[in-house]
Design a protein around this ligand. Structure first.
Ligand SMILES: [Zn+2]
Length: 67
């Protein structure tokens, strides 16, 4: 996947790419009830962190459409 160039909105410096993380959206069904068709209970996000203030920026990791 492509790494984006993102600047911290507070510090105006380049944010560091931290990698991807798989996030569970809960198994109770509260979240997954509406989104299960799309997410099937979890999603993968790309994480960027500002080395100065620690602000985190998350981006949804999009799968390529395939049938
Ligand atoms: Zn910052």
């Amino acid at each position: 996947m492509k790494i984006r160039t993102i600047y911290c909105p507070y510090c105006n410096i380049l944010m560091e790419y931290m990698g991807t993380e798989r996030m569970q959206l809960g198994k109770s069904g509260f979240f997954t009830e509406n989104l299960s068709n799309i997410l099937s209970g979890a999603m993968t996000v790309s994480i960027y962190e500002c080395p100065q203030c620690g602000k985190l920026e998350l981006f949804r990791f999009k799968k390529t459409k395939r049938k």
